[in-house]
Design a protein around this ligand. Structure first.
Ligand SMILES: [Zn+2]
Length: 316
């Protein structure tokens, strides 16, 4: 009887420890669905600049930062700027590095959280461009990555988490923030911007492309850190359309001349609803999105922890 009891206890311990060992902190499909669905809901009215909807999105992002111990980078989470008479704001959080020296080096992860608002092109009685893929998806990816990074507290380098406004008006938010951080003299290592992470490619080996592929070894390093040759690659369409200059990475590159690139799962060839009223949550593939987001987590962690800056401009 005693032997049975001891055996049972050992068995329970093995099972318990086994769970502990295999327990991981992956982002779940449900979390991504909840965040993306809120940002792309009709309540937020397409997140146009200077609207009630984008203010709600901003407050939501700030609350998630607060709950997860992600500090404001500036005095508050808001990085305010003016565009003609309008008061606009990026939302900027900060996860301080743990290493006394390396924490002075900064890694930025970012995504634009604005979209087009309502449009003249109705579909039935729908006039709200919800921007689920563009860019509620990228915003959710970055928000959940930031949440996990803040929880793990294993980043030796510091991380700035930036949500840009007015990308759709000509990347105004990122232009403002890049200039401001340059004036502050931060030591920017690299910037990874996320766009349209919500749908997979059907005709390619990789999950995402890196804009400005030839600019640096970023794509190769991402794959190396993820231990996955097919995580990122080159998009011919992105190159033809020069997407490198058409998202929020660009002004960071212009200011700092370090690898600042966009990681995206859609170059429009695989999504029919780009800038369309039908860019809604029901068009997204959350299984793909969660796989992509979780694949990027160890990548960002490694970027924050290598002894030297391994991602480099190809001619730098
Ligand atoms: Zn976009």
């Amino acid at each position: 009887m005693k032997k049975v009891l001891i055996a049972s206890v050992i068995l329970i311990l093995i099972v318990f420890l086994g769970f502990k060992i295999f327990e991981n902190d992956d982002v779940s499909e449900e979390e991504l669905r909840v965040v993306t669905s809120y940002l792309a809901s009709d309540e937020l009215e397409g997140r146009d600049i200077a609207s009630v909807g984008i203010e709600k999105a901003a407050v939501y992002l700030e609350n998630v930062f607060k709950k997860n111990n992600i500090k404001p980078y500036f005095e508050t989470y808001r990085d305010n700027f003016k565009w003609s008479a309008l008061d606009l704001y990026n939302i900027v959080g900060y996860i301080e590095g743990t290493d006394p020296k390396l924490k002075n080096e900064v890694v930025i992860i970012g995504a634009h959280y604005d979209h087009l608002g309502t449009t003249a092109e109705h579909v039935g009685d729908d006039e709200i461009a919800n921007g689920a893929n563009d860019n509620a998806s990228g915003t959710s990816t970055v928000l959940l990555l930031a949440q996990r990074l803040a929880k793990a507290k294993k980043n030796k380098r510091s991380i700035i988490v930036a949500f840009f406004s007015a990308e759709e008006k000509g990347m105004l938010g990122s232009k403002h923030l890049a200039k401001r951080l340059k004036e502050e003299g931060i030591d920017l290592y690299t910037m990874l911007n996320f766009e349209m992470t919500g749908v997979p490619f059907k005709d390619r080996d990789y999950m995402a492309f890196v804009t400005g592929y030839d600019l640096s070894n970023m794509s190769q390093k991402i794959n190396e850190y993820a231990n996955n040759d097919n995580l990122t690659g080159l998009s011919r369409l992105s190159k033809e359309r020069n997407l490198f200059e058409r998202s929020d990475n660009f002004y960071f590159y212009e200011e700092f001349k370090v690898p600042c690139q966009t990681i995206s799962c859609s170059d429009v060839s695989n999504y029919d609803y780009y800038h369309h009223v039908d860019d809604e949550v029901d068009k997204l593939d959350f299984e793909h999105m969660v796989n992509f987001t979780n694949a990027m987590l160890p990548v960002i962690e490694t970027i924050c922890n290598t002894p030297t800056k391994e991602i480099k401009l190809n001619n730098g």
